[in-house]
Design a protein around this ligand. Sequence first.
Ligand SMILES: NC(=O)c1ccc[n+]([C@@H]2O[C@H](COP(=O)([O-])OP(=O)(O)OC[C@H]3O[C@@H](n4cnc5c(N)ncnc54)[C@H](OP(=O)(O)O)[C@@H]3O)[C@@H](O)[C@H]2O)c1
Length: 261
Amino acid sequence: MLDLRIRGRKALVCAASKGLGRACATALGRAGVELTITARTAATLEQTAAEIRKETGVKVTTVAGDITTEAGRMQALAACPEPDILINNAGGPPHGDFREWSIEDWQKAVNANMLTPIMLIKETVDGMCARKFGRIVNITSGSVKSPIPNLGMSNGARAGLTGFVAGLARQVARHNVTINNLLPGPFLTDRLRSGIEFEARRQNVSFDEMLTRRSATNPTGRVGNPEEFGDACAFLCAASSGFIVGQNLLLDGGAFNSTMG
Ligand SMILES: NC(=O)c1ccc[n+]([C@@H]2O[C@H](COP(=O)([O-])OP(=O)(O)OC[C@H]3O[C@@H](n4cnc5c(N)ncnc54)[C@H](OP(=O)(O)O)[C@@H]3O)[C@@H](O)[C@H]2O)c1
């Protein structure tokens, strides 16, 4: 097994009681990283923490709160003031037609999917530089690379984060601090399940039928397993990943059709 050489490091993993955030926390836990995980719903968060502790044996601290608020971020940072690893994540913006979105809707999306990770980076990156180790991974979306028509706020807000990070990543890399983005395609989490359920109802077919149809459109013939996403995240956080800087890694089973890039 590849030794990531991050045992004993401290990670703050945001929005991690379910789905991709949870998978990242679990993979880091398996590598021996001490975890602080957040989510809004305390009960689910506690259950996830207990399961990760049981499986990996690492220390897991929970912070129940909304990471898109200043108070939520301060609580998380109080529990994990000097993270070596920061995984930025939050819920995605809603689907819809941009003609129906108010400026407040946009401000919410920009706050959650652009400004929240930037504020957390601002609070942690200088300490990482001083300690000469830092790994920051932002969970963004395949929509940054290939826009999804009814997810305009995701396309826009996440592209803003991507632009900012592209610049900052080059400024901190000399301190062995890396910032990279992971771009999920379809991974079978609650968010994707609810999208498939919605489409299944609309087309009057079963969930399984809709999932089969959805899977068939992907080159792999399936949707992604969150565990695969978590392992990619842990790899970016490895001691030996210090030369992977400012990258946007698309995990979509090859759905984005291009010769390269
Ligand atoms: N799954 C995919 O296929 C896919 C594809 C592209 C992009 N993405 C993006 O990847 C991110 C994660 O998606 P997912 O599929 O893992 O979603 P998920 O299964 O719905 O899980 C979301 C997790 O984030 C927590 N959370 C949501 N909003 C939060 C907030 N404001 N503060 C703190 N915690 C919060 C949730 O717990 P609480 O509700 O209790 O807070 C839960 O633990 C989202 O931004 C999503 O848009 C996912």
